[in-house]
Every structure is written in C-alpha cells, then in structure tokens.
Design a protein around this ligand. Sequence first.
Ligand SMILES: NC(=O)c1ccc[n+]([C@@H]2O[C@H](COP(=O)([O-])OP(=O)(O)OC[C@H]3O[C@@H](n4cnc5c(N)ncnc54)[C@H](OP(=O)(O)O)[C@@H]3O)[C@@H](O)[C@H]2O)c1
Length: 302
Amino acid sequence: MRVLITGATGLIGSKISNACREKGIDVHYLTTSKDKIENHPDYKGFYWNPSEGEIDEKAIEGVNIIINLVGASIAERWTDEQKKKIIKSRTETANLLYKCLQENKNEVQHLVSASAIGVYPSSLEKLYTEKDQGVDDSFVGEVVVKWEEAVDNFKDLGIEVAKIRIGLVLAKNGGMLQKLKEPVNFSVGSPLGSGKQWQSWIHIEDIKGIFMYAVENKLTGVYNAVAPNPVTNKEMVNFLASQMGKPVWLPNVPKVALKLVLGDMSRLVLSSQLVSNDKIEEAGYHFQYLNLSKALEDLIDN
Ligand SMILES: NC(=O)c1ccc[n+]([C@@H]2O[C@H](COP(=O)([O-])OP(=O)(O)OC[C@H]3O[C@@H](n4cnc5c(N)ncnc54)[C@H](OP(=O)(O)O)[C@@H]3O)[C@@H](O)[C@H]2O)c1
C-alpha cells in the first residue's frame, strides 16, 4: 500500500508518516520546501507550489490513499493577508491535487482529510456531534466550510472521503501545549476570559491513531477527533500548572485584554466547543488517552 501525505512535515503529519513507515506502508509526500525533500525507498518527497499551480505529478504514482493535512497555521495574527493564506493553503492545495488526479491515470480510492471542530458554533452548553449542521460565525467557521467543500469535491472522481474534525492537539513539542506552557512556566498562567469555555483536546498519539484507523478501516464521512473527557479552559490551566508543579494564583485574563492583544484571533482561545467522540468510538477506535491528567503526565517532563 502507498499513501500520499500533504502536510507530512508538520506536527501531525510527521507522526503519521512515521506510523505508516512502521507498518510497512510506503509514503509519498508533497512539500512546498525543496530542502525538506527526502528520498528513501519508503519515504519520498515531491515538490509543489500550490499558488503557482505547480505539482510534481510523480507524487501520485502507485498511491491508493491520500492523507490531507496541509494548511497554514491558524494561530498567526489574522491580518487580511494571513486570512487569505489560511484559506488558500487548504482550498488551492485540494483543488490542485484534484486537478492532478483528474488529468493523470491513478489508483487513488480514499482520501482522509483533516478538518477542525472550530466549525461548531461556540457554546458553553451544547454537546456537538457530527450530525450538527451549525457553523460558527467566525473566520474559523468560514475556513472549515470552504476546506470541507474542497475536500468533498474528490467524491466526483469516485474517491471515498473521510473528514476528521480535529480538536486541540496536545503534543510534547509544538502546537497548543507549548503555547499554554510558557506563561505557566513563568508562574503567570491564568484562565482566559471566563475560563468556562470548553476545550475538547486530544493527545497526539490518538490523532495519529485515528488517522491510521480511518486509513486501515476505509472510514468515510465526518468524525470528531477529540478525547472522551473535554475540560474547561480553567481546568486545562489548573491541570497543566499542577503537572508542572507551578501555582495558578493570578486572576483570569479579561476578554477585553485578549481582544486588544490578539484582535479577532482572540476567538481561538475564547471559543467554546464541547464535542462528542461517540461516533469514532462506535466505529471501533479505542483511545489511548481518555483523561487530561494522564495525557499531561505523558507529555510534560518534570
Ligand atoms: N494541531 C492542532 O491542534 C490542529 C487542530 C485542528 C486542526 N488541525 C489541522 O490539521 C492539519 C495539520 O496540523 P499540524 O498542527 O500538523 O500543522 P503544521 O505543523 O502547521 O503543518 C502543516 C504543514 O502544512 C504545510 N503548509 C503550511 N503552510 C502552507 C502553505 N501556505 N501552503 C502550502 N502548504 C503549507 C507545511 O508543509 P511543507 O512546509 O512541507 O510544505 C506544514 O508542515 C492542519 O490543516 C491544521 O489546521 C490541527
């Protein structure tokens, strides 16, 4: 079996690439950086420049499954230019890959793509399942809708599509945990806004596990990828501080201060998504990390 991975050099992509190689699955990957191209028998990089419509067509040779993880970081200040980049890095890339498949003979049957739980409207009470159709009235909501539409187009080519709505990924190096750890480390960690907003987190091992499960079991449709026990922001900060052996004694950071510092992007930290993972569990996936304390114990070295 051979997979083609976009975003293979990123936080999640690098984990999934390694998991594939360990299972004897050949990896082809597309990268925008020529210096990230490697050429091993089971791990080959190919260049693409989506904004110029350029793609090395050899990338799809012998590929059965595509894992789509490409996307410019959403945690950069949301200037107009950055907003365009965030959207295009998800839609232009999908469209370019679509065109490449349309124009070249290939054996691709399945696409497993990243998406995000940020699509669900922010709410302190509602528990979201994949059946909920509402869209958050923020930039993130807009991004996810356009992203999932671009991914759904692949069905026109006879390709089965799975969309994995990823929660807040907790990993040792990089991602959200790194950002949360910094203030706590200097003993200035405190809940953000009311601290009551839900944070549906997932350990990186489980995100890797769910993508591999989707590939191996040919899952199709939408799946939420979050751990079974989401926490509020206040609980997240308290668990983190306790694991790091630091106090949390400062008052919450007021919403208005966050808006001043982060602008529109404050939505990212203030938004509340309480998300159910029943569907992926019912599909047979067993989570490795169910509780935040266990996940942090694994990820934080004291
Ligand atoms: N981490 C999370 O908490 C989280 C939560 C929800 C959803 N997701 C989604 O899951 C996917 C993977 O996340 P991640 O954390 O692994 O991301 P990441 O570490 O930022 O990696 C994303 C990869 O996308 C490529 N890329 C970045 N900007 C690009 C651009 N403008 N044009 C084309 N390619 C670009 C880069 O690959 P090259 O440099 O090799 O080209 C990069 O390695 C993303 O789509 C992200 O939005 C992540």
